[in-house]
Design a protein around this ligand. Structure first.
Ligand code: NOJ
Ligand code: CA
Length: 549
């Protein structure tokens, strides 16, 4: 690899949702020792770093995103000593460890908030965002991202506190220098432990507008990427810059045009998770993917960061339904579409993240009743749908296609009763398709999705053009195919993916493309050669290479 390339640009990341990854002590909940057991699996896959969702002390109202102690491990996940072992063992295997950093809010059970709530003159009052309210009216009309008012009233002190998410997740007051100091000390404590970076949760929300400012068409505008946020982010960056780590910010509401302000040398983070492509999936109904819009969303980021910053590439995470169900076709073209989606995003400029189970094509879960659903926001939405007059069956159908629990069902390791995740009943239902979709079945199968992901990772490791090469798109208006090139002086790659379940004809004759391409990876069985005019089968995906000497 070229000297100037950072480790986090060369590697492929893997996101672990610990509660659902591997249960080592058979209580139905995944844990730290479970992750340790599976490090060799990740090594074999070719993973360079893992991002672990929150494992800190937490009442678990929002599955760990409500932290009550930043420097303790939640007992059901294990102990700090076990975490230290995980860190050491991962490092010994050449796998770096990225922790989730949730500093927009804490749990309402955090000692700071317990104090803060006691009285208006408690020294911790200013750690959170309190404002006068009455029994009838909140301080303003702002709405929480999880639904309902963003304010919860405390009768005792006659004030309300702000929460961008659940009421059990009060927002921290970043304007208070003491709050920042406490958080920065905690951040340094983790960095001194030797972790390799952070994924910064909800980081575009830490700055709020004046309470008199109403929301725009975007209901979350008063607390999303608000002017002046850079001041706080720069303070964070100053700390991060002291360490050889990577940072990836969860940056909802940041546009591609603003990208260079947020990432790269001039920005606050090494990468950010943008939301443009992921929000194209209609979260309320089973919609049809608008391929042109998807391509636009992705290429906009490719172009805006070209030469300036680095992308975080992803198709899935713990907050969205499974990609093969949402963007692909998990009924008729499960394997082809999962491979096509994989190839589509994997070779863009940036660092690819794989969300656990994505590499074996885990699908959405056909939840049988709302009782099977755990996610707080989905349960709330279900109630709202009933109130709005939807039948229970209609409401459940909407939940099924939208809930983030789709991606939180236990990892499917084998076809055993609980998918080899645990020998006891897991905290969330196992998808019955574990009989067919599981790691064990795919690990020896050369045509499996798992084998395909391994090949993609190897290709990315072998060819610098796939890391640092320039991105160029062809036929941007094509309604079915995503075609792009990654090129450096010595080698070029062409990626062509049909993102639909129909045949797709193309004509590249006027595109001034080079000749002499040979197939290096495909989801088809035949070895068909490159042509300027042709037709791709449903979800056909091909990656071509060209060497210039
Ligand atoms: C984003 C996280 O990914 C999500 O799971 C969580 O509910 C919210 N931030 C609040 O922390
Ligand atoms: Ca366990």
């Amino acid at each position: 690899m070229t000297k100037n390339v950072q480790w986090w640009q060369q590697e492929v990341g893997y996101q672990i949702y610990p509660a659902s990854f591997k249960d080592s002590n058979q209580d139905g909940i995944g844990d730290i020792n479970g992750i340790r057991e599976k490090l060799s699996y990740l090594k074999e896959l070719g993973i360079g770093f893992i991002w672990i969702n929150p494992i800190y002390s937490s009442p678990f109202v929002d599955n760990g995103y409500d932290i009550s102690d930043y420097q303790e491990i939640l007992a059901k996940f294990g102990t700090m000593a076990e975490f230290d072992l995980l860190l050491t063992e991962a490092h010994q295997m050449g796998i770096r460890v990225i922790m989730d950093l949730v500093i927009n809010h804490t749990s309402d059970q955090h000692k700071w908030f317990i104090e803060s709530k006691k009285s208006v003159d408690n020294p911790f009052r200013e750690y959170y965002l309190w404002a006068d309210s009455t029994a009838e009216s909140a301080p303003n009309e702002w709405q929480s991202i999880f639904g309902g008012s963003a304010w919860t009233r405390d009768e005792e002190t006659d004030q309300s506190y702000l929460h961008v998410f659940a009421k059990e997740q009060p927002d921290l007051n970043w304007e208070n220098p003491k709050v920042r100091e406490e958080l920065f000390t905690m951040i340094r404590w983790w960095l001194e432990k030797g972790i390799d970076g952070f994924r910064l949760d909800a980081i575009s929300h830490i700055k709020k507008e004046d309470y008199a400012i109403p929301a725009t068409a975007n209901p979350f505008s008063p607390f999303q990427n608000v002017a002046g946020i850079g001041e706080y982010l720069t303070e964070l960056k100053t700390i991060f810059d002291e360490y050889d780590i990577m940072t990836v910010g969860e940056a909802s509401g940041v546009s591609a045009a603003e990208g260079p302000q947020w990432v790269g040398k001039a920005g606050y983070f090494d990468m950010i998770f943008e939301f443009d492509h992921i929000s194209l999936w209609n979260h309320e109904e089973q919609g049809v993917l608008d391929v042109v819009k998807l391509k636009q969303a992705l290429t906009e980021w490719q172009n805006s960061l070209a030469g300036k910053g680095w992308n975080a590439l992803y198709m899935e995470n713990h907050d969205v339904p499974r990609s093969v169900s949402a963007f692909g076709d998990d009924e008729n073209y499960w394997l082809e579409s999962a491979k096509a989606l994989g190839m589509m995003y994997f070779f863009l400029q940036g660092t690819p993240f794989i969300y656990q189970g994505q590499e074996i094509g885990m699908t959405n879960m056909a939840f049988e009743s709302i009782e099977q659903v755990d996610a707080l926001d989905s349960r709330k939405l279900y109630q709202r749908l009933l109130q709005e007059g939807h039948t229970p069956a209609e409401s459940l159908a909407i939940i099924r296609s939208t809930t983030r629990d789709n991606s939180r069902t236990p990892m499917q390791w084998t076809n055993e009763k609980f998918a080899g995740f645990s020998s006891e009943k897991p905290w969330l239902v196992v998808n019955p398709n574990k009989d067919i979709i599981n790691v064990k079945a795919q690990s020896k199968e050369p045509n499996s999705l798992l084998s395909f992901y391994k090949k993609m990772i190897q290709l990315r490791k072998q060819h610098t053009a796939l890391v640092t090469g320039q991105f160029k798109e062809y036929l941007p208006q094509h309604k079915q195919l995503f075609i792009y090139e990654r090129a450096e002086a010595s080698e070029q790659f062409l990626i062509m993916v049909n993102l639909t379940a129909e045949n797709a004809a193309f004509d590249l004759t006027t595109e001034k493309l080079a000749e002499d391409w040979s197939v290096v990876l495909t989801n088809q069985l035949d070895e068909h050669r490159f042509d300027f005019i042709g037709e791709f089968a449903p979800y056909e995906a091909r990656m071509y290479q060209r060497k210039s000497f």
